[in-house]
Design a protein around this ligand. Structure first.
Ligand SMILES: *[C@@H]1O[C@H](CO)[C@@H](O)[C@H](O)[C@H]1NC(C)=O
Ligand SMILES: *[C@@H]1O[C@H](CO)[C@@H](O)[C@H](O)[C@H]1NC(C)=O
Ligand SMILES: *[C@@H]1O[C@H](CO)[C@@H](O)[C@H](O)[C@H]1NC(C)=O
Ligand SMILES: *[C@@H]1O[C@H](CO)[C@@H](O)[C@H](O)[C@H]1NC(C)=O
Ligand SMILES: *[C@@H]1O[C@H](CO)[C@@H](O)[C@H](O)[C@H]1NC(C)=O
Ligand SMILES: *[C@@H]1O[C@H](CO)[C@@H](O)[C@H](O)[C@H]1NC(C)=O
Ligand SMILES: *[C@@H]1O[C@H](CO)[C@@H](O)[C@H](O)[C@H]1NC(C)=O
Length: 491
């Protein structure tokens, strides 16, 4: 799955650690099994899992196959009804060991459908869930706008938005996984209509879970979403791992994974190639986000590989009005990407971005490595408070960075009466792109309204970030979501 990166020795290393860790977990589960407390989970004795073994936060007692509900996998027959009746039927087992729906090999065309509690959607290798290409409301029911945005995010009108292809709200314990099955959003029709301003409401996301707890999304190929790919919002205890996410690099708003007003999130071992940010952490828009007041916090992101020529590997904002705090990021690789970890905010946003920790970035061909802006003037409406609603951006730590072929090392722009403070950058080596034809050499750093320190950074940083002997901090403790272990389940 990480074909692009197996040449990268650091990546191989972490992969090895990952496997060693998995064996450790299997060992721990075996011991627990001996004492008989995990009756529903069978542990495979070898590392080779058969088709119907998989790892998950919870195993299920009941299961069904999509074809039991008159589904036709020819890529032409619409199966929305089959998905809905299967999941409605399986929802009766929520309090009796939970249930699992197998999507077998085939092409399963469908409109939007809803998930249920204590439920696993298992997409087998060779199975493709294909999103309907009609923009009809029958396939894409209209949902009310998100309260923390106050508007359709892209129509900028207080109207509705299209339900995501796979949707869930107010759920507990929901898993979307498979052994590398595919969800294809067939987004091209939406991208065209969006570019030509032919849509009345905000485009659907591929997967959205709202007000939900205990979510796992893993081991799948997600391609060509109409809009963002994975959007957990107002949710908690979320694991997203082993996804390969791909959209053409020139299509609008195909962000990979966007935790939004969500807590306790673990995002590991994903490969993302997209026309927008690979990951964007958000928490609502201007006065609506401030009023809703739900931050995104306690988030760990590890071993991400990103290609995003027009956007960031990880963006914080620009919608951050409910606040973003305690984000830990380790072991990142970006190739041909505009910015690494980018903070975007504006006057009117309010909220905060604080306690951000980044350790270990290996970057190649970037417009800018360090990027912060306080003038991302993309507003929900004109009702924001330009005097009081100032973002508090503070405590932003980066260490152990190597970058090659970079146009701008650091472009750090705070807000004039509201500087971004507590920036720390240590042990960063940036090789600049040398454009022999340029008549004027660009300065590698451009900083205004920021303060902080740097240590052992090449090329020499701007004067607002003076040298001080430090290793920028990274927390030693573990987040609760890091202690959640996968079980090996068998159907
Ligand atoms: C999963 O799918 C991706 C993309 O199709 C492929 O590159 C990768 O090798 C597959 N991984 C496995 C384990 O089958
Ligand atoms: C899916 O959930 C939404 C939001 O609760 C609801 O409006 C819609 O009717 C549901 N769709 C189905 C098919 O149950
Ligand atoms: C979902 O949970 C939210 C927050 O607790 C609540 O406001 C909303 O009414 C719930 N919706 C449903 C359909 O239960
Ligand atoms: C910003 O947040 C920091 C840390 O929580 C706090 O010490 C500081 O007073 C805040 N600054 C403003 C202007 O609110
Ligand atoms: C500096 O960062 C590099 C990775 O870019 C890492 O290999 C090295 O160990 C770091 N050095 C120190 C002293 O932490
Ligand atoms: C370096 O970056 C420039 C764009 O900034 C790109 O055109 C060029 O192909 C890159 N060179 C390498 C060796 O990747
Ligand atoms: C720094 O950025 C500002 C725009 O924010 C630009 O006007 C200025 O020319 C840049 N300075 C340098 C030295 O590149």
């Amino acid at each position: 799955m990480f074909h692009q990166n197996m040449k990268n020795p650091r990546f191989q290393n972490s992969y090895l650690i990952f496997y060693v860790h998995s064996f450790y977990i299997i060992g721990v589960i075996s011991i627990i099994l001996i004492f008989g407390s995990l009756a529903e989970c069978k542990v495979s004795s070898s590392s080779k899992l058969n088709n119907f073994d998989y790892t998950a936060i919870n195993c299920r007692k009941h299961s069904a196959i999509l074809t039991e509900f008159d589904a036709v996998g020819d890529g032409k027959t619409l199966n929305t009804k089959a998905f809905n009746s299967a999941i409605t039927k399986l929802s009766q087992y929520a309090n009796d060991g939970g249930s699992l729906l197998i999507v077998p090999p085939g092409k399963w065309l469908t409109g939007s459908f809803n998930l249920t509690n204590h439920f696993t959607l298992f997409i087998q290798k060779g199975a493709v869930i294909l999103a309907s290409q009609s923009q009809d409301e029958a396939d894409w029911p209209q949902l009310p706008i998100l309260p923390s945005y106050g508007r359709g995010r892209e129509k900028n009108e207080p109207v509705g938005r299209s339900s995501s292809l796979i949707f869930g709200t107010n759920l507990t314990d929901v898993i979307i996984t498979g052994n590398n099955g595919t969800i294809d959003g067939q987004g091209s029709v939406w991208w065209e209509k969006f570019k030509n301003d032919q849509l009345k409401i905000t485009r659907p996301y591929l997967i959205e879970l709202m007000y939900s707890d205990q979510i796992q999304i893993s081991n799948l190929n997600l391609i060509n979403s109409p809009n963002w790919f994975v959007h957990p919002i107002y949710s908690s205890n979320i694991i997203v791992n082993g996804l390969t996410i791909r959209a053409p690099v020139d299509v609008p708003n195909t962000d990979g994974i966007n935790p939004d007003s969500s807590t306790n999130v673990r995002i590991e071992d994903n490969y993302i190639e997209s026309g927008d940010d690979c990951i964007a952490i958000k928490s609502g828009w201007n006065e609506y986000g401030i009023k809703f007041g739900k931050p995104s916090q306690h988030i760990i992101i590890r071993r991400l590989t990103c290609i995003s020529p027009k956007s960031a590997m990880i963006a914080l904002g620009s919608e951050m009005s409910g606040g973003i705090e305690d984000v830990r990021v380790e072991d990142l690789t970006a190739i041909n990407t505009e910015a690494a970890v980018r903070i975007k905010s504006a006057v009117g946003r309010g909220g905060f971005v604080k306690d951000i920790f980044v350790k270990g970035m290996n970057l190649n061909t970037m417009k800018s490595v360090f990027s912060m802006t306080g003038s991302y003037a993309d507003h929900s409406d004109s009702k924001f408070d330009p005097k009081a609603a100032l973002p508090n951006v503070t405590g932003i730590n980066f260490r152990d960075v190597t970058a090659k072929n970079v146009t701008i090392a650091g472009e750090l722009k705070g807000i004039s009466n509201d500087p971004f403070t507590g920036i720390c950058i240590s042990n960063a080596t940036i090789e600049m792109f040398v454009n022999k034809d340029a008549d004027k050499v660009k300065l590698p750093w451009n900083c205004t309204d920021v303060s902080g320190v740097t240590s052992n950074v090449v090329p020499k940083p701007c004067e607002l970030l003076p040298e001080k002997k430090v290793d920028c901090s990274f927390p030693n403790d573990k987040l609760p979501i890091e202690n959640v272990q996968f079980k090996t389940c068998s159907i």
